[in-house]
Design a binder for this molecule. Structure first.
Ligand code: UT7
Length: 325
């Protein structure tokens, strides 16, 4: 049966120049490089310069993705940009990026599902392509979490970093089997009864301020492994595939212990898991496209590989996607 698939044409990423090693935090807080590495796998993160906004990071990642795809901004019909740290309350960061990359016409919008944002954006972009609303869509995850970190809270401030990643998808007529290239399935979930586990204590209609990240880390950890594994299994099932078919799990890069436990629960060897968390920490919606683009650069991900992407974050919101590269 002939179907329209959203096929990957290119990817890119950007990490700001300023690198902050774990030791930096030990200067002002009761923490250590040893604790941070052992509990999270994080060694360093990048922070945006004072004059760098989320859209600037997104622009760098988008420029690399367009080059990688052999395209220009004028080739795009739509941009779906996932962020929890937009430049402004409005207009959308996506429309800033639209203008910056020289995209003529089409449409661009932001989407907010915090750390699960890239999976949600990918699902939306795929739906736009499969329904014929757009042919070529750029999916972006971009964040400046350094702007909403409480640098006096050792339980959260050591975890997050800034960055951006982008993926370009294009419509392609395909066979409708699990052997097709492109996004084969997506699984999205959220449960608002867990709002209080991970949130920002401010906002437009509540405090008229931005607020700072608050998290019950251990509680989020407990939900993460089981929810990521079950969503991953659901995405595989929807694609008519099993864990044995996976070439690479590309997980949300929040905590190496969560990444390892989820892979083990799914019966996938760590040899088949992309890990980049040590170099950029938790970059929320940017972490999966960052990991994808870095893994392509490393020569890990190759054309035809089956990838399972999975993420969880504030909401709680979580999901997974099966993608043949
Ligand atoms: O992307 C969104 C999804 N978010 C996540 O995936 C985050 C999920 N959670 C986690 O990654 C982990 O829960 C953390 C890394 C946040 C914390 O690790 P943990 O093993 O769950 O530690 P904990 O919260 O149980 O804290 C253990 C101890 C506590 O001290 P006491 O009460 O045992 O004396 C904390 O106060 O470690 C202490 N602690 C720290 N110590 C040194 C917490 N943060 C630090 C720190 N340095 N930075």
């Amino acid at each position: 049966m002939s179907v329209i698939r959203a096929v990957v044409k290119g990817c890119g990423h950007y990490l700001p120049e300023r690198v902050v090693e774990n030791e930096e935090f030990a200067k002002t807080l009761d923490t250590s490089d040893e604790w941070i590495r052992a509990r999270t796998g994080i060694e360093r993160r990048h922070f945006a310069a004072d004059d760098q906004k989320t859209s600037d990071l997104a622009f760098e990642a988008a420029t690399m993705a367009l080059k990688n795809a052999g395209m220009t901004g004028a080739d795009l019909d739509a941009i779906v940009l996932a962020t929890a740290t937009p430049d402004q309350t409005f207009p959308s960061t996506a429309t800033r990026l639209q203008h910056a990359v020289g995209m003529i016409g089409g449409f661009a919008f932001d989407l907010q599902a915090v750390c699960a944002g890239f999976i949600y954006a990918l699902a939306n972009a795929t739906a736009l392509i499969e329904s014929g609303h757009a042919k070529t869509v750029m999916v972006v995850g971009a964040e400046t979490f350094s702007r909403i970190i409480d640098f006096t809270d050792r339980g959260t401030c050591v975890l997050f970093g800034d960055g951006a990643g982008a993926l370009i998808l294009q419509a392609k007529e395909s066979e409708g089997t699990g052997e097709d290239r492109g996004v084969l399935s997506t699984d999205l979930n959220s449960d608002g009864k867990y709002n209080d586990l991970l949130y920002v204590d401010g906002g437009v209609s509540s405090t008229q301020s931005t607020g700072l990240v608050r998290m019950q880390g251990q509680e989020v950890f407990k939900h993460a492994v089981s929810k990521l594994a079950s969503s991953g299994e659901k995405a595989l099932e929807l694609a008519g595939l099993t864990a044995d078919d996976i070439d690479w799990i590309v997980p949300h890069q929040a905590n190496l212990r969560i990444i390892k436990r989820t892979a083990k629960k799914m019966g996938v060897s760590m040899d088949n898991v992309v890990v980049t968390v040590q170099d950029h920490g938790n970059t929320s919606a940017a972490s999966i496209p960052l990991a994808l683009s870095i893994a392509v650069e490393r020569g890990q991900i190759k054309k035809g590989d089956l990838l399972l992407l999975e993420a969880i974050g504030g909401g709680l919101a979580w999901g997974a996607a099966a993608v043949r590269w």
